[in-house]
Design a protein. Structure first.
Length: 152
């Protein structure tokens, strides 16, 4: 048999470089999946940001509508009202109705009412502390109508 007549055996399998590339891609995908999964701290921040944004929207509604708007907050949730015809009525619109805290989130706030006047000023200061699995955030409402989110 001559050398040209010998056949080289067929290569089965992958090279080391190909295997390393596949492992690298799988590692990147796993990292992306873990980072996008919402953790308890992220859920708490989202809840606090949603509450702060709705409070600011209610303050803006008081300014634009030229009617006082109140925020009523308790350990169970919060809602908004406007003062019309001598009484408090639910503020219409999505996001202003009764909203409970997300499951697993607790608020350490006694039932209180903060009223935003037509200039956007708050009737009193308030600090609502939201906790979830040992993590805490405080949403602070200042007299000038500013709403801030601080680590608790």
């Amino acid at each position: 048999m001559t050398r040209s007549a010998q056949k080289h055996p067929a290569r089965n399998g992958f090279s080391l470089v190909e295997m390393m590339v596949v492992l690298l891609v799988m590692g990147l995908l796993a990292t992306a999946a873990v980072l996008t999964m919402p953790g308890d701290e992220r859920r708490l921040r989202q809840e606090a940001e949603r509450f702060a944004a709705r409070t600011l929207a209610a303050r803006d509604e008081a300014i634009i509508g030229a009617r006082p708007v109140s925020l009523v907050v308790s350990e169970r949730g919060y809602y908004f009202e406007r003062h019309m015809q001598g009484q408090w009525q639910p503020l219409p619109g999505k996001g202003f109705d009764l909203t409970g805290w997300a499951e697993g989130t607790t608020a350490s706030a006694a039932r209180q009412r903060v009223v935003f006047d037509t200039l956007g000023l708050a009737s009193s200061e308030a600090a609502i502390r939201l906790t979830r699995d040992g993590k805490a955030l405080v949403v602070q409402l200042r007299r000038d109508g500013k709403v801030t989110l601080d680590a608790g």
